[in-house]
Design a protein around this ligand. Structure first.
Ligand SMILES: [Fe+2]
Ligand SMILES: [Fe+2]
Length: 185
């Protein structure tokens, strides 16, 4: 499984590829969570608070704080600079869905920490449905708009901004910490 460490970003064709990689990692971990929910609901696995707390941490630290920051603070801003408006368009829709993701992650964090099993599984199930639709819309609509709209020099700048943002995040949560977390979920 790939991990989100990018030492040679310029080998990629377009910066949205970096976001595609994040999406693949998030979807992979959500598939695992979905299997676990099914097994717990059937009684084949007991509720493991550590697993769910770790999943909540991954969603909070990686999917929200890091991945959403790449979109909200870098890609979406660059798209707006190229004349794509936020209100009434796909960027505005994605921003409001990010807020929904954040609210759900908060519910997952609270329920997993406090061992409220059904609430934790229900919130994760809602998150999975929202994230799958959201990622589909980004991959199939928004990122294709970005590929058309962003000039090459802007793409190069986005790569640098992604590198800086990821490096900054790795000073707070190291690559080793992230890889350990990814092995546990
Ligand atoms: Fe997004
Ligand atoms: Fe995304």
């Amino acid at each position: 499984m790939m991990t989100p460490s990018h030492e040679s970003s310029r080998t990629h064709v377009h910066p949205v590829e970096r976001l595609h990689e994040d999406h693949a990692l998030i979807l992979d971990k959500l598939r695992g969570a979905e299997d676990r929910i099914e097994a717990e609901r059937k009684g084949n696995l007991v509720f493991d608070p550590t697993y769910w707390v770790n999943l909540a941490q991954f969603l909070h630290i990686f999917a929200d704080i890091e991945h959403h920051a790449k979109e909200e603070q870098i890609l979406f801003v660059a798209m707006q600079d190229e004349g794509i408006s936020v209100d009434g368009g796909p960027i505005g829709a994605m921003l409001s869905e990010h807020a929904e993701h954040r609210a759900l992650i908060g519910r997952i964090e609270d329920a997993s920490r406090e061992g409220r099993e059904d609430e934790c599984r229900d919130a994760v199930t809602e998150y999975i449905q929202l994230a799958r639709q959201h990622i589909w819309k980004e991959n199939e609509i928004l990122f294709k708009m970005a590929i058309k709209a962003l000039p090459e020099e802007v793409c190069e700048d986005i790569f640098h901004q992604f590198d800086r943002l990821e490096a900054d995040h790795r000073t707070r949560h190291s690559q080793a910490w992230l890889e350990k977390l990814l092995r546990e979920i």
